[in-house]
Design a protein around this ligand. Structure first.
Ligand SMILES: Cc1cc2nc3c(=O)[nH]c(=O)nc-3n(C[C@H](O)[C@H](O)[C@H](O)COP(=O)(O)OP(=O)(O)OC[C@H]3O[C@@H](n4cnc5c(N)ncnc54)[C@H](O)[C@@H]3O)c2cc1C
Ligand code: FES
Length: 1277
């Protein structure tokens, strides 16, 4: 949070900002408050920190300080915010672990009761693990009565000396001289104009939200930067009867507040443009961006898809410009934007202010936007439209329509407007206008950004929406007599936005359970408070070791090529660069092996994808290493015929071996006996892990006996240890790997981390110095691979009553250039292809395609989300084909009674049916289905959809040897316990659960038990924390170690039963009883025999069912999840708050996978999506308005600790309920267009796919692009 004293108003302003975009030079006279400054575990924590932690809103914790500071900044301006304020304040913060619900629940306790239903906060007590109870006696996850009150009088004070300086000192020009840039901050307008005259190419940095990213990501360099934030004229606001002049330096938040005020104060017919701008500003960027980004900056940046520029142009705004030549005014019209990032302005011009005119009577202005995500995402298409009518008539006197996102800059549709001006506003005129618009805005198939047909359809849809708005206005004014048809009104109604109270249902521990025993209670994540105060230590938080170097990796820019030469001479000349590491420097093995994979650590002679690691530069600082990496020259000789897509791989038969097949029954014969046969296919895109903490590691050579200490963010430290040892050619006992915590992993920190740690170790080995490597987000996304995209083809035979008799499924995954774990993923795909369905004749084929893309790897669910989507889509198609509901077909085909899977594993699906019935009931499925049918009949352009989806998910590693774990427990003489086990803490709450296990077994409070880290020198030969098996495996090992210790203590306790824990421990020490024990768990001997096509690959199944309802805007493809109900059978939960957190987080990640997250590759295999601005993960705005989670009561599990079940992965697929609900809504829209029968909707169901599938008249007007005519911007891999 930044705080500034404003001498003009004598007030202090507080606002949240993105640290990475805020230049330090701009902070002169500002006070900066960080999460660490707000409160500390050592002194006193702040109410905001306490509430997010105790409400279970912190999992891996990497996003938590950001959440805390956004909320704190809000409270500094509004101590009693409304729920809407909180949603706005957090709109720019991303979390990859939680589903946002617990964060909101913690923070909504700051609202006044009247501003928030408070339904998700409660009375009782919970932070110590006691669940609270709601008014009906149901247990709840936390209790707000525990929370310390927010006392605004106790807040940090703004440093008085800064006020004194601001009041007393005459401002002087500030100049900061850096290595490459001089920063100048003038104090007067005159000085600013002179500076701009002298350095016309120097950018004016206000919010730095355009200049900053282009310096950081595109490498732009500026010898001089001018910062005019102290020039008061840039902030002047002048009101005139014709409108308002707004200083170009005003932040977008300030502009929004000003216009909101004017909208309330001025007559309605004057505020049309103001309202349209307010609407756009509400969705532009996040709060942190709007708090710093300036109005002038937005205009001059001339983004092709700016939200404001089309409205400012349509609204006839004018710019006041100043330069050494004097002042002048320039209208923002069709001539103002001249190209990508270009305007009519001269380089020496400064925009002083922007005039926004009031609207006239009979003039209407509207704004539109459609973005890949509702908030904090640059729009795909934006529009500003204004019409003025001859007074008292519907004759169009003037019209301007501007679009963003359909060309290199904001574009005017002059020809279309000419079709309308002078004509009455009626259907005939508008029909002509749609045709004219289609001709006027035509994008080539290769247009940057892609989605060409969708963007063209949006231009038409927006004009149609504008038409309806105008008709409504004309009707209100009595100028036309006909009402807009009821079913059409839906086109201009917004999607619902109001968050509803949510339910988290779980079972209380038995009444006779000792109060000390924390198992089954909703204990807070053991590090949550540290995470909220910013004290939690992640890898890159570790202090620099003396002489430490930083390493930056150089990656291939070619998809397939021979390396001719690596020329590092320029890099080595740069200041600070110490060395360049190539494969020749590797003293041991130059490739790593893992079950199924063999991969070069650094490219040897050939590269096989863009992003492959070629060499690495080590330097004294990160900046110097980056500069060095930028000038390493690699000469390539292209090898023709790279393969990128699954289709190309199939054509060229480019597969990794083995290919897998499994069959139950006789599929070929069975097809002959079915009433109907249908063939279909679905493609599912990949998914970036987007863990908040990127790959991070530090390798510290001890300087003695080849020892290395490695600190890293990994879910498999043992594999990193082994890889480093092999790469260096030393024994594993010289390498110790330490993982304190991981800021999110999701499967992406196993193989790739080991690979990078090995390179870092080579660098440390060669230089003899500590080396740190922390990937930038863009490099992380480029190098480390993602979830496998999958193409699923199916042929299904079924009877007219809906019974599926035979199915033949082919799965092709895009594995990328190396096998990594792709064969294991393909196997899991085939093992789960029955989901919950007893299809008597079932055959599956699995092929991992070898392509020239970065190597894809493990990702939460390990292929299961992909396979289940294909199966469920097939079942859905059967329902559509038969004209029946999907739930009927699902229910009809489910396993019933004691059953055998297609690989002959026995199981009882009873709890699946219980989940199904309970979900139908809790979600009031049938009555909502009827209500949706009714809604859809009365609404042409908004359709609702509903879907209920079941899962059966196998837990544990099929590779039996991985189902083992160990633990080490030390009891110290003071009674405190240090617990180590083989699992890593990556937000999933494993350490908290292990603490609970140890607490129960040792019968001591959890507070006496500490877990410091996971390290290979305390617990060796560990397995990865994966497969949802961490608690099952490590829990049993911890249990065994604790039981050993307890047994040793029993005689002492018996002797003195009234003694205290510490007295028993001291006694044991004096009696020379060992107070340290190891525990080992030799888990299930699971296997799969692919020759015999049978096995016992899982220890047990988790069942779950999820019902989601959505509302879709068929004109734009935008949607909102109205409600989601999840019922999960996870046995007896060890910690309901952690398990419900995992369920909500996994569901949200699944929602991202199936409805929004898109990796885009260029036709030459270059990843376009390399950061949060191009790749959208779910944000707060994507949370279902109501998210209810129920843990199935009365369940157990004989196969895992304390009858619990693993939960990290299974529920991710339930996010597909939103995909199928969207598909259900699309069916309703297609019916209006006279279309019936199955249709293809690939995943993710992004707005473009949804909109085009809805087949409204506007979507149908756009001709399909001819793929042969030119190369598309992005390919479908
Ligand atoms: C995460 C993120 C999300 C965003 N989302 C959106 C969005 O949804 N919709 C949208 O429209 N925009 C969006 N933006 C863009 C953002 O609105 C613009 O970057 C911002 O308005 C630019 O203002 P600034 O003050 O930060 O400009 P700076 O980066 O400080 O400057 C940008 C350019 O403008 C010039 N300039 C600035 N002020 C003047 C002036 N007074 N006279 C002459 N030249 C000037 C500078 O020389 C420089 O070249 C987003 C940006 C980010 C980083
Ligand atoms: S807790 Fe939010 S990213 Fe992990």
């Amino acid at each position: 949070m930044v705080s500034r004293y404003q001498p003009r108003t004598k007030t202090i302003m507080h606002f949240s900002a993105n640290a990475c975009l805020l230049p330090v030079c701009q902070l002169h006279l500002a006070a900066v408050t960080t999460a660490e400054g707000l409160g500390s575990c050592r002194t006193r924590i702040h109410a905001v920190q306490e509430r997010i932690a105790k409400a279970h809103g912190s999992q891996c914790g990497f996003c938590t300080p950001g959440m805390v500071m956004s909320m704190y900044a809000l409270l500094r301006t509004r101590p009693q915010p409304t729920l809407d304020d909180i949603i706005e304040a957090l709109g720019g913060n991303l979390c990859r672990c939680t589903g946002y619900r617990p964060i909101i629940d913690g923070f909504r306790t700051f609202c006044r009761a009247s501003d928030c239903c408070q339904a998700n906060s409660m009375e009782g007590c919970s932070a110590n693990g006691q669940s609270a109870n709601d008014k009906n006696g149901a247990p709840e996850l936390f209790c707000k009565d525990d929370f310390r009150p927010l006392d605004p009088t106790q807040e940090l004070i703004f440093p008085p000396e800064l006020i004194l300086i601001a009041e007393s000192q005459r401002p002087i020009t500030q100049t900061f001289q850096g290595e490459q840039t001089t920063w100048v901050s003038p104090v007067s307008l005159e000085e600013l104009v002179q500076l701009k005259g002298r350095y016309p190419e120097a950018p004016l940095v206000l919010g730095n939200t355009n200049v900053g990213p282009s310096m950081k990501f595109k490498g732009s360099r500026h010898p001089v930067i001018i910062c005019p934030t102290r020039v008061s004229e840039l902030y002047d606001i002048t009101h005139t009867p014709q409108g308002v002049w707004v200083g170009a330096g005003c932040t977008l938040s300030a502009v929004k507040a000003l216009l909101e005020k004017l909208v309330l104060e001025l007559p309605l017919d004057q505020v049309e443009t103001f309202s349209a701008l307010v609407q756009q500003l509400g969705h532009l960027g996040g709060w942190q961006i709007r708090n710093v980004a300036s109005l002038g900056g937005n205009i001059v940046s001339a983004y092709p898809n700016s939200d404001l520029n089309p409205v400012l142009c349509a609204g006839r705004c004018v710019l006041r410009i100043i330069s050494q030549g004097g002042e002048r005014e320039i209208p923002m019209n069709e001539n103002f934007f001249t190209g990508f990032g270009k305007t009519l302005l001269n380089p020496e011009d400064v925009v002083l202010s922007v005039f926004i005119p009031v609207s006239e009577k009979g003039e209407f202005v509207r704004a539109f936007r459609q973005a890949p995500r509702k908030e904090n995402a640059l729009a795909t298409v934006t529009a500003g439209m204004r019409v003025r009518f001859r007074p008292g008539t519907c004759m169009v006197e003037d019209l301007s329509i501007f679009y963003g996102g359909v060309g290199p800059c904001t574009v005017a549709t002059t020809k279309t407007c000419q079709h309308i001006i002078g004509r009455p506003w009626n259907e005939e005129t508008l029909n002509d206008a749609y045709t004219a618009l289609l001709q006027e805005i035509s994008l080539p198939p290769s247009a940057p950004g892609g989605k060409v047909e969708f963007r063209r359809a949006l231009t038409l849809s927006f004009l149609f929406k504008f038409n309806l708005h105008v008709l409504q206005k004309l009707r209100e004014m009595g100028i036309i007599l006909e009402d807009v048809q009821g079913e059409m009104v839906s086109a201009i109604q917004g999607l619902p936005e109001q968050l509803q109270p949510c339910v988290q249902e779980f079972q209380e521990v038995p009444q006779d359970q000792p109060s000390l025993d924390p198992v089954g209670r909703p204990l807070m994540h053991r590090s949550a408070i540290n995470q909220a105060t910013g004290e939690a230590v992640y890898c890159d938080d570790m202090a620099k070791v003396q002489g430490e170097l930083f390493m930056v990796i150089v990656t291939s820019t070619r998809a397939r090529a021979n390396i001719i030469k690596i020329d590092d001479s320029e890099a080595l000349k740069l200041p600070g660069v110490v060395d360049v590491i190539t494969t020749r420097d590797i003293p041991g093995k130059k490739f790593l092996s893992f079950p199924g994979m063999e991969e070069e650590v650094l490219a040897v002679s050939e590269v096989t994808c863009v992003g492959q690691m070629v060499c690495a530069v080590v330097a004294d600082t990160k900046e110097h290493a980056k500069q060095g990496a930028a000038v390493v020259k690699v000469d390539y000789e292209d090898i023709p015929g790279p393969v990128f897509t699954i289709e190309e791989a199939i054509e060229k038969h480019s597969f990794f071996e083995p290919q897998r097949m499994i069959e139950r029954g006789n599929v070929t014969e069975a097809f002959e006996k079915t009433d109907q046969v249908f063939e279909g296919e679905i493609h599912l895109g990949g998914q970036e892990h987007f863990y908040m903490e990127t790959q991070s590691m530090i390798v510290v050579p001890s300087g003695e006996e080849k020892e290395l200490k490695v600190y890293l963010s990994s879910q498999h430290p043992t594999y990193a240890q082994e890889s480093i040892a092999e790469t260096l050619g030393i024994p594993s006992n010289r390498v110790s790997c330490h993982v304190k915590r991981v800021g999110g992993a999701f499967g992406g920190k196993v193989t790739k981390t080991a690979m990078m740690a090995s390179i870092t170790a080579v660098a440390a080995w060669k230089t003899g110095r500590a080396v740190r490597c922390v990937l930038e987000r863009g490099d992380d996304m480029l190098i480390t691979g993602a979830r496998h995209p999958v193409l699923g083809k199916y042929k299904v035979g079924f009877m007219n009553d809906g019974k599926i008799i035979a199915a033949d499924l082919q799965y092709y995954s895009n594995a990328g250039h190396t096998a990594d774990e792709s064969i294991l993923v393909i196997e899991k795909i085939l093992l789960h292809m029955d989901n919950v369905y007893n299809i008597p004749n079932l055959r599956g084929w699995g092929m991992a395609c070898k392509t020239n893309l970065p190597s894809n790897t493990a990702f939460r669910g390990f292929g299961v989300p992909q396979t289940l989507l294909v199966v469920e889509n097939m079942v859905n198609d059967v329902a559509i084909k038969l004209g029946r509901t999907a739930e009927e077909i699902r229910e009809k085909n489910m396993y019933k009674g004691q059953s055998l899977t297609h690989y002959k594993m026995e199981f009882d699906p009873q709890n699946l049916h219980r989940c199904w019935d309970e979900c139908l009931e809790k979600a009031t499925y049938h009555s909502r289905r009827a209500a949706i049918t009714k809604f859809n009949e009365g609404s042409r352009y908004k359709k609702k959809g509903l879907a209920i989806i079941p899962i059966k998910y196998g837990i544990a590693f099929t590779e039996g040897f991985l189902n083992q774990a160990a633990a080490l427990v030390h009891i110290y003489k003071d009674g405190s316990v240090l617990l180590s086990h083989g699992g890593t803490e990556m937000g999933q709450g494993l350490h908290t659960k292990m603490q609970q296990v140890a607490s129960r077994e040792l019968r001591i409070p959890a507070s006496l038990i500490h877990i410091s880290e996971t390290s290979t020198n305390t617990v060796p030969n560990t397995c990865p924390s994966a497969a949802s098996f961490g608690t099952d495996a490590n829990g049993m090992a911890v249990k065994e170690a604790c039981q050993k210790l307890r047994r040793r203590l029993e005689p002492i306790i018996k002797e003195n039963p009234k003694g205290t824990w510490s007295s028993w421990i001291m006694k044991a020490f004096l009696q020379k009883i060992s107070l340290s024990a190891t525990g080992f768990y030799r888990g299930h001997d699971l296997y799969m025999n692919w020759e015999k096509q049978e096995g016992q690959p899982y220890a047990y199944f988790v069942y779950g069912v999820c019902c989601s309802e959505v509302e879709v805007d068929c004109l734009t493809g935008d949607y909102r999840t109205l409600r989601t109900d999840i019922v999960v059978d996870m046995g007896k939960s060890i910690n309901p708050s952690i398990d419900i957190g995992q369920i909500e987080g996994a569901f949200t990640q699944g929602l991202g996978l199936f409805t929004m997250e898109e990796l885009k590759f260029s036709p030459s295999g270059v990843l376009h999506t390399r950061g949060p601005s191009q790749y959208k993960i779910p944000a707060l705005c994507d949370m279902p308005l109501q998210l209810n989670v129920h843990l199935l009561a009365g369940s157990g599990n004989a196969h895992a600790i304390y009858s619990s079940k693993g939960i990290g992965e299974p529920v991710l697929f339930l996010g597909s309920s939103v995909f199928f609900a969207i598909k259900d809504a699309v069916v309703a829209s297609r019916q209006e267009a006279g279309l019936s029968g199955p249709f293809r909707l690939d995943s993710p169901a992004t707005p473009d796919r949804t909109c085009l599938a809805c087949a409204t008249r506007f979507a149908q007007m756009v001709p399909a692009s001819d793929p042969e005519s030119s190369q598309p911007w992005a390919i479908h891999v």
